[in-house]
Design a protein around this ligand. Structure first.
Ligand SMILES: Cc1ncc(COP(=O)(O)O)c(C=O)c1O
Length: 451
């Protein structure tokens, strides 16, 4: 007899996907400048560590906040007892102001439409529970039409996906987008947003926009939130579409606080807000976290400085990676946001297949010592694209990563040249073994004895 639910027993959880294979190797052999300089550098983690000291210095200047005091008096008991699933009104007020600030005050948010949950992960899940029955479908644009249109969403792509879902007898309830995009690091332009809006109107379906990276846009003017796009279409708020527009957000990326588990759903539909608020009991944001962040976000001088400085640092990091890769003959998709680049390594594949992508991915992991995410793990339809994160490490570590990849590309190029000069396989193999080949490498295990 099956003792567990189907959900618990199935192994389709992302943790078992190819995306996490490199993570397991990284855990076994993590890079450290001094203690393990030959270890694997983690470039698969979209974490923002670039502006930590700004938050830390704010905490140092505001010791009462960590001491759980207000006006010098302890609020320990008040916080320990607080368990209202509506969240703290003061916190929600500060959050909506912060979200508006990130969008250049082009959108206004109503705290009554906000539901607090433990991170965007939880927000996406709760929202799906509210919008669809088990077995119904949401369309998710994958990196699309590679190379030919810079992965932009097109009307044809949306219609195709809709028709395919219908053929599978799936009832399509909506489209879920991440804007700015993970893994592309780009923002959706007006045309794309308008396409999406027209599509949602014509099919009478929902739009869920995950805007978790909204504060990472280096060029702040180029980000348009779904809420702004709908407002600007002059679709008045009595139009039925309004109730089908939902946004997901979190402080995990913009403030670099994934451990605090602060996420939210913003919905125009009152029933969704009411249902999601009740569901939020399964993953509330703790009251001391709400207290701390209410204080931090209410300091407008701090938030302005943080947002500006964080954007600057992300931009310069991104440029460092892009130019380092370019020196190695590797180009990236033009991007303006997020904590990673979408990297084109199609020319390094031994053939135009996902098998070859996997093979290259393994070499980069075991020989080069970098954990990066292959495009196939993000359902990219063309082999050879990889996501490389740049904000979860020090500048020095990023330099090491760039040097490693340059050496790797050189070794491939020279071994290809060697092949052209009729060198034996063994000769080319020896040349391609670089100075930081790891003991874990499967290639080492089968290495023939030196002649
Ligand atoms: C697009 C997107 N949504 C949601 C999440 C999860 O974020 P959270 O830590 O808020 O659950 C991530 C994290 O990588 C993400 O990239």
């Amino acid at each position: 007899m099956q003792m567990l639910s189907k959900k618990a027993a199935c192994d389709s959880h992302g943790q078992d996907s190819s995306y996490f294979l490199g993570w397991q190797e990284y855990e076994k052999n993590p890079y450290h400048e001094v203690q393990n300089p030959n270890g694997i550098i983690q470039m698969g983690l979209a974490e923002n560590q670039l502006s930590f000291e700004l938050a830390e210095s704010w905490l140092a200047d505001n010791p009462d906040v960590l001491g759980l005091k207000r006006d010098g008096k302890s609020v320990f008991k008040e916080l320990a007892l607080f368990q209202d699933y509506h969240g703290m009104p003061t916190f929600k007020n500060e959050l909506v102001k912060f979200m508006a600030k990130l969008r250049g005050y082009k959108v206004e948010f109503d705290p009554k439409k906000l539901v607090l949950v433990a991170g965007s992960t939880s927000a996406n899940e709760s929202l799906m529970f509210c919008l669809a029955e088990p077995g119904e479908a949401f369309l998710l644009p994958t990196p699309y039409y590679p190379g030919s249109n810079d992965f932009k969403i097109t009307g044809c792509a949306l219609e195709d996906a809709y028709e395919q879902a219908k053929k599978l007898n799936l009832n399509v309830k909506g489209v879920l987008v991440t804007n700015p995009s993970n893994p592309l690091g780009t923002t959706m332009d007006r045309d794309e947003l308008n396409l999406l809006i027209d599509f949602a109107i014509s099919k009478k379906i929902h739009i869920v926009s995950d805007e978790i990276y909204s504060g990472t846009v280096f060029d702040s003017t180029s980000f348009v939130s779904i809420i702004e796009a709908v407002t600007d279409r002059n679709i008045d708020d009595t139009h039925e579409l309004w109730n089908r527009i939902h946004m997901v957000y979190s402080l995990s990326k913009d403030l670099g606080l994934p451990g605090f588990r602060v996420g939210m759903i913003y919905s125009n539909d009152e029933t969704v807000v009411a249902a999601a608020t009740k569901m939020s009991s399964f993953g509330l944001v703790s009251s001391q976290t709400q207290f701390l962040l209410t204080n931090m976000l209410s300091d407008k001088k701090f938030t302005s400085k943080y947002i500006e400085e964080n954007r600057k640092r992300l931009k310069s990091r991104k440029e460092m990676l892009v130019s380092g890769l370019s020196d190695a003959g590797i180009e990236c998709l033009n991007s303006n946001a997020c904590l990673f680049c979408w990297v084109d390594m199609r020319h390094l594949l031994s053939s135009d297949t996902f098998e070859a992508e996997k093979e290259l991915s393994k070499r980069i992991l075991f020989e080069v010592g970098l954990n990066i995410s292959p495009g196939s793990s993000c359902h990219c339809s063309e082999p050879g694209w990889f996501r490389m994160c740049f904000a979860n490490m020090s500048q020095e570590t990023l330099k090491v990563a760039i040097t490693r990849i340059k050496d790797f590309v050189e070794s491939i190029t020279s071994s290809r040249d060697n092949c052209n000069h009729q060198l034996t396989f063994l000769d080319s193999r020896r040349r391609s073994v670089s100075k930081w080949v790891l003991p874990l490498s499967p290639y080492d295990n089968n290495e023939p004895a030196e002649r």
